[in-house]
Design a protein around this ligand. Structure first.
Ligand code: ADP
Ligand code: MG
Length: 242
């Protein structure tokens, strides 16, 4: 198994608050890792460190062959290789769906217009929104906007996708359509790390689950670990229905 992400003993504080403490885990190419845990346990910070949106205080991270913790890191190349999608989709309201999707590839990949457009249509089809290329974000539901945000990331042909609670802001009836897109991506072999509160989804799609508590990897294992927690903290977390 080839690890595409290696997180080695990272720690991070915000001021006096220790947010990540000696966190280590690997993600193999083509696998899905779900990070679960209570609010404030450090899930988003861990994800942001992997994409170098935050820096670590100590430890090492390697992602798609890039040494994230090296001063020589090529940030632009990292951003090409890693897609990240957040709870808020942040589409540009004055641009159509297609223009939103083509923006980064146009600036970074600099392909011919026809080629970029073809790419936009391909990723839109992947998220089931081929017919919405000319719509504006305000004409779409929240679930559709989030799917456009995922397509926008896919347009850069990333090797790794990070998802941080991408369904948390959505009404329950719109959550399913976004989860189905992620499930299909996983089935197609995309390497993914997702922070989620959707436990059933994590269990179904993830090859490995990481339970974070107080900035640490508290438990780690296959979905079945949720049935037999080794710690009181995971037992409570699973029992709380969060
Ligand atoms: P989670 O995603 O599990 O809810 P976070 O990683 O967002 O947790 O946050 C972990 C802790 O770090 C929280 O106590 C949060 O308040 C704190 N924190 C996160 N980001 C910052 C920041 N930029 N500045 C100060 N504290 C932060
Ligand atoms: Mg978070």
């Amino acid at each position: 198994m080839l690890p595409i992400v290696k997180v080695e003993s990272i720690s991070k504080s915000f001021g006096a608050v220790r947010v990540l403490e000696d966190v280590s885990f690997n993600v193999n190419k083509g696998s899905v890792v779900a990070i679960i845990g209570r609010s404030g346990s450090g899930k988003s910070t861990a994800l942001r460190c992997i994409d170098r949106l935050e820096t670590v205080d100590s430890g090492r991270i390697e992602v798609c062959g890039h040494s994230i913790t090296s001063p020589k890191l090529d940030l632009q190349q990292l951003r090409r290789d890693v897609g990240i999608v957040f709870q808020s989709y942040n589409l540009f309201p004055h641009m159509t769906v297609e223009q939103n999707i083509m923006l980064a590839p146009r600036l970074v990949l600099k392909g011919a217009k026809a080629e970029l457009r073809e790419r936009a249509h391909k990723v839109l089809a992947q998220v089931g929104l081929a017919e919405k290329a000319d719509a504006y974000p305000s004409q779409l539901s929240g679930g559709q906007q989030q799917r456009v945000a995922i397509a926008r990331s896919l347009a850069m042909a990333p090797q790794l996708m990070l998802f941080d609670e991408v369904t948390s802001a959505l009404d329950p009836e719109l959550t399913g359509e976004v989860l189905r897109v992620m499930e299909k991506l996983a089935a197609d072999g995309m390497t993914m790390i997702l922070v989620t509160h959707e436990m059933a989804f994590a269990r179904k799609v993830a090859d490995e689950i990481i339970f974070m508590h107080r900035g640490k990897v508290w438990e780690q294992g296959p979905g079945s670990m949720l049935d037999a927690p080794q710690t009181e903290e995971l037992r409570q977390f699973v029992g709380s229905g969060l």
